[in-house]
Design a binder for this molecule. Structure first.
Ligand code: ADP
Ligand code: MG
Length: 165
């Protein structure tokens, strides 16, 4: 099982998420989608004011026959297909697709960190993950399940009414 985190704060955000999920269904089997959340952009203080645009975020799980690296290449190609251009690190983006976790896999390489290095710090990643895999356990840690970690997290994440399945 792989769990992906999707985020978008540029263009038609809902349409982009719908398209991304449709495309992910061609890459993965048994796809299950989380609710969609809205969160403020994470920005350094020096960022231009017009980068401060809210994200829609969701998580998607599925079964994959790709290695984690091959899956990363596939989701990066999908980001480009959905119109993502290379801009600065914090700048708005049509779509960001990150690998949040893959089963019990731990990878620490320059191009790929799994679980995602910020998963436990970001409510917009952990909360939707916990919605669709509540019993997922962070590998190599204290055995707490995703739903426990998500409940403990201070968060004002807003759940939207959008349904993407
Ligand atoms: P970010 O997601 O940090 O805003 P990018 O989407 O541009 O930025 O990704 C930057 C790099 O992060 C990618 O080129 C990729 O090699 C690396 N990366 C490391 N771990 C992961 C992961 N778990 N999922 C996706 N990308 C990752
Ligand atoms: Mg990314």
């Amino acid at each position: 099982m792989v769990i992906l985190g999707l985020g978008t704060n540029l263009g038609d955000r809902e349409q982009t998420l719908r398209q991304a999920v449709l495309e992910l269904k061609a890459l993965l089997s048994q796809v299950i989608c989380s609710p969609v959340y809205e969160s403020p952009a994470l920005l350094p203080e020096t960022a231009p004011k017009d980068w401060d645009m809210p994200f829609l975020n969701m998580a998607v799980r599925g079964e994959s026959t790709f290695t984690p690296k091959a899956l990363l290449a596939e989701i990066q190609a999908l980001e480009r297909k959905l119109g993502r251009e290379k801009r600065g690190h914090w700048s708005p983006r049509e779509i960001d697709i990150d690998i949040l976790a893959c089963d019990g896999v731990i990878i620490n390489e320059p191009t790929l960190t799994v679980p995602h290095q910020a998963l436990l710090k970001r409510d917009f990643a952990l909360i939707p993950l916990a919605d669709i895999v509540p019993e997922w356990v962070y590998p190599g840690r204290d055995g707490k399940m995703a739903h426990e970690l998500a409940t403990q997290m201070a968060s004002q994440l807003k759940r939207t009414d959008l349904v993407i399945a």
